[in-house]
Design a protein around this ligand. Structure first.
Ligand code: NI
Length: 136
């Protein structure tokens, strides 16, 4: 029997979406407000879901304390209160869209979790706009 264990987390970060090889007009048309040259912030909400067998000894799929510590060390310490374009090397030449951020988060957590656990990450950029990634 597989059970999914989820934990919520949060970080604030600033970003700008643009392509330097596009005209100002095209960047404005495609990225709108997220193209603001002075950057802007989002309150990102995160749901990390881990699915696996319940360990018969502990009764856990994953120790939530350990999951919480991974989210802190791998995600919050890397992204919270950062300018994603300027301070996170991954986004130096890649747009920090919600899609690219959720893949980044998934990849950082996947390598520190046990191999037999399935991972899904959902990232809210606004209360109404959110993306999910499970490595497919
Ligand atoms: Ni934005």
């Amino acid at each position: 029997m597989k059970v999914t264990v989820s934990r919520r987390a949060h970080f604030n970060a600033a970003h700008r979406l643009y392509r330097p090889n596009w005209s100002d007009e095209k960047n404005e048309a495609i990225f709108g407000k997220c193209n603001n040259p002075h950057y802007h912030g989002h309150n990102y909400e995160l749901i990390v879901s881990v699915t696996g067998e319940v360990d018969p000894e502990t009764g856990y799929v994953v120790d939530v304390k350990i999951l919480k510590d991974f989210i802190k060390s791998e995600i919050e310490d890397t992204l919270d209160h950062k300018n994603l374009n300027l301070e996170v090397p991954e986004f130096k030449h890649k747009n920090p869209t919600a899609e690219n951020i959720v893949i980044f988060i998934y990849n950082k957590l996947k390598v520190v979790l046990e191999d037999d656990l399935d991972l899904e990450v959902t990232l809210y950029e606004t209360p109404r706009n959110f993306v999910s990634y499970s490595g497919k």
